[in-house]
Ligand binder design. Structure first.
Ligand SMILES: Cc1cc2nc3c(=O)[nH]c(=O)nc-3n(C[C@H](O)[C@H](O)[C@H](O)COP(=O)(O)OP(=O)(O)OC[C@H]3O[C@@H](n4cnc5c(N)ncnc54)[C@H](O)[C@@H]3O)c2cc1C
Length: 322
């Protein structure tokens, strides 16, 4: 039987949704599911990984893995991969994984498919689909002459089953022999937002130049608070200095795939669509019926956002009894 290895990201021991999706996909393939977590809290995450289907969990708790350093991460992951020898490796297409796994692929002389939205595993045969040309087309990816197949999947693309607390896993703890580092992380400055990062958010309310000025983002913050959503933005408003770059969705910003994406006063330029067209339901609010965003939207509201957004917030507040 083949081994599917899941690199599971967590936050202080709480497994990220993307990791749960991959564990479920690995389990569905009928192969042996082996998973790995690193950093402080990795041992706590191990239990959750078992509940989501991991049969064997590898943990490297070393605190030097708390902040992402590609050299230390590559050393830790390579060490475990050499022991486990899996045929398939799955990770979420986070900024960490997009940086780390090409390095691992090069070390192991193996193939990698990044930023995928569909995944099929049959034995150790893997195919994946990924958007290309800013989402205008999809490429089907298969592997050749690749004993290990690495696939990085966008989050929110696969289902997650409820955790089964009766499931347990064999947990193996490793000690990390630190490599001679060429770079060190001196400080990590955390964002102030308590909200979920855009790439993990299930609901996103995104604002564009139609908001007219920075202070009007309050309208979106109010709506987001009621919905439990994260606020995103177009590049136009990031470039204008209204919001930080961490909020930018699109080709040169973040790629998101929430269940619900509400685009407010966003025209829907191809570079913006490149980052959000994988959303399951797209609602566009725009006063121009010819705005390109309506071509992608599941539901469109043609109207003045300054009328529509407060009304939506009010109605959701009533419906959700906040
Ligand atoms: C190389 C490159 C990379 C890029 N990367 C990105 C990227 O990552 N992300 C990104 O977003 N863009 C990116 N862009 C920029 C992109 O081309 C657009 O310029 C940008 O997305 C436009 O932002 P916007 O929709 O907020 O503004 P606009 O295009 O100005 O649209 C504003 C919209 O608001 C509507 N509106 C105005 N008033 C109201 C109102 N009262 N009520 C309702 N609607 C209203 C208007 O009808 C209009 O459709 C990139 C461009 C290039 C060249």
């Amino acid at each position: 039987m083949s081994k599917v290895f899941v690199f599971a990201e967590h936050k202080n021991g709480a497994l990220k949704r993307g990791a749960m999706e991959l564990l479920q996909a690995a389990q569905k393939s009928g192969n042996t599911v082996v998973a790995m977590a690193v950093g402080t809290g990795a041992d706590k995450a191990a239990g959750e990984m078992a509940h989501h289907g991991a049969q064997e969990v590898h943990v490297v708790k070393d605190a030097s893995l708390d902040a992402y350093n590609p050299e230390i991460y590559a050393a830790a992951v390579s060490m475990v991969l050499e022991k486990v020898q899996p045929q398939v490796l799955l990770a979420s297409a986070t900024s960490t994984a997009r940086d780390l796994f090409p390095r691992i692929a090069a070390r192991m002389k193996t193939g990698i498919a990044s930023d995928c939205t569909e995944l099929t595993i049959s034995g150790d045969n893997v195919t994946a689909k990924k958007p290309v040309y800013s989402g205008k087309a999809f490429a089907a990816v298969a592997f050749e002459n690749s004993p290990l197949k690495i696939v990085l999947m966008r989050a929110n693309q696969l289902p997650v089953a409820a955790a089964d607390a009766s499931k347990t896993a064999n947990v193996v703890e490793h000690t990390l022999a630190k490599p001679d580092l060429k770079t060190i992380i001196k400080e990590v400055v955390k964002g102030t937002s308590e909200k979920l990062d855009l790439t993990e958010a299930n609901i996103i309310v995104s604002g564009g130049r139609g908001l007219k000025e920075a202070s009007n983002f309050k309208l979106l913050n109010d709506l987001a608070d009621v919905l439990g959503a994260t606020v995103g933005a177009s590049r136009a408003v990031v470039d204008a200095g209204w919001v930080s770059h961490g909020m930018q969705v699109g080709q040169t910003g973040k790629t998101v795939a929430p269940t619900l994406y509400i685009a407010v006063g966003v025209s829907g330029a191809i570079q913006h669509l490149a980052g959000m067209s994988g959303s399951k339901v797209i609602v566009a609010i725009n006063n121009d019926p010819g705005a390109p965003i309506f071509q992608k939207a599941t539901y469109g509201i043609v109207g003045d956002l300054f009328d529509v957004v407060p009304k939506l917030t009010e109605e959701f507040r009533k419906a959700l009894k906040h």
